[in-house]
Design a protein around this ligand. Sequence first.
Ligand code: ADP
Length: 625
Amino acid sequence: MKQFKAESKRLLDLMINSIYTNKEIFLRELISNASDAIDKLYYRSLTDKSVNTNRADLKINIDIDKEARELVISDNGCGMNEHELETNLGTIAKSGSLAFKEENEKKEDIDIIGQFGVGFYSAFMVSDKVTVESKSIDSDVAYRWSSKGADGYTIEQCDKQDVGTKIILHIKEDTEDENYSEFLEEYKIESLVKKYSDYISYPILMEVTHKHKKEGSENKYEDVKEIETLNSMVPIWKKPKSKVSEEEYNSFYMEKFYDFEKPSKIIHTSVEGQCSYNALLFIPSHLPFDFYTKEYEKGLQLYSNGVLIMEKCEELLPDYFSFVKGLVDSQDLSLNISREMLQNDRHLRIIARNIENKIKSELENMLRNNREDYEKLFDTFGIQLKFGVYDNYGANKDKLKDLLLFYSSKEKKQVTLKEYIERMSEGQDVIYYAAGETIDKIDMLPQVELVKDKGYEILYLKDNVDEFVLQVLMEYEGKKFQNVSAEDVDLDTDEEKENLKKANEESKALFNVMMEAIKGEVQEIRFTHRLKNHPVCLTSEGAISIEMQKVLNQMPNDRKVDAKKVLEINENHKITEKLKELYSNDTEELKKYTKILYSQARLIEGLTIDNPTEITNLICDMMSK
Ligand code: ADP
């Protein structure tokens, strides 16, 4: 007897002792597995000449033996060899299991089973013994896996002629609360298949008993047994939208794409025309847990008239929509199409373009009509859209710019660029923004204060990519973007400008002395009117802002960049008087003041200072005077 791995055992215990009322889903799980196994075999036969299958022969059988209390589900799919039986059924290793485990800690057991396809182990909700006989397409020998539950399992060789898998469930005895015997009734099984597995694309066959009138007699009946196909085989994506309930969509998604939460958006579309296809797309409600790993592959499943021909067709999704899951089914695609041929396939390109437009317009709809949901979605996947704007030198920026949201100083929530423009005050001709680590930190930037005071709305950019996005966009509806920390912010009247210019010219000599103290650090020192209460700030000249400098220097790159910085001093602050006074009396002291002021400006910007000991000593000296 072999033991189950610890986490498998936990899941198994959960199943065996389940008080979950929806036990019937076990059949759906086993039929899905059977269907997947047939898919795999068929898929292989398309590329591997040594595998011969006739699509018409592929099927799933259900047999009931009431006497023996056995329900048997067999398929002629790819089967499993000894090792696969061991690893697939002895451990949970599937993609969703990690998420499942995390959920497991938090939620009630009952919830979990309802939310997440738990696969093969669900058989133990209704069976006290499960036997799996399987012969792999790659093996001449068949094996039997058998388990009565938590004790462990056995694996041995067995006789089985055909490739495929046979699952024999020994159905539990009835209890006071549970009628397990109904899973041995034809009508029950029939209705379960209809309910959960109708769309499965292979026939699910079962021998069904009918009452037939006995020949030559009026009211005598006899039992006639006939093999029947229980499912309609119309996949959910080929059904009209009105015939599919939201619940069906949700459980289809969760089962097929291994999610434990329902999607935040379902897009079901069918297109007839130069290229016909059905697409069923889902936007997850949370970040797939492997989204930022190398393992994550974008793409949609590709079907040719109901037959899976590719698990992840990446050509169908642009990178910026890589979080979308789903499938496309088109009869215009050939079954035997290879990956290389696909890339150049005209139909596929048309479909991909349509899908992209469809996703985009659905997102726009959501933004318009369901703002709250869109904001949630944007919190999760917005960064993807921003990268989409930035990538390829902005090739897709016009497609995506209206889907972007940025935090607004006025609205205290995320707004679109369009909304910003519509609210712009008269005479305002730029879109103001400020960048920093967090909304709170940005809000406290000295440069932000006055711009806000003048009544302008400011977009707060907190994601690393944000400023680069605006740089690529360049403008929105003819309005340029203006960093409130850039030297060319233009808030003053002509007269004010003239006054400031004069003040700066008059203090040239003062600035020259100050420059000596922080040589090489800044381009220039000058007075400003952009500050209200704060004494100093750092601004930048040219294309690279201080925030961009930080972002770029975080990247694994040898060459460090440096924004061209300007130390600006609030001309209306009382420190200005002090500086002027020191210039006349004590230039050495003036230099110390300059160093401290410059350090303050750096700290406010979130930059580090190179000489913290020197600065703290200087401050202490002054304090003790
Ligand atoms: P999931 O189907 O969600 O991956 P399961 O616990 O249902 O998880 O099944 C585990 C694995 O066992 C499957 O991924 C598959 O590789 C294998 N398996 C289950 N049923 C069959 C079957 N009928 N034929 C072939 N392989 C199967």
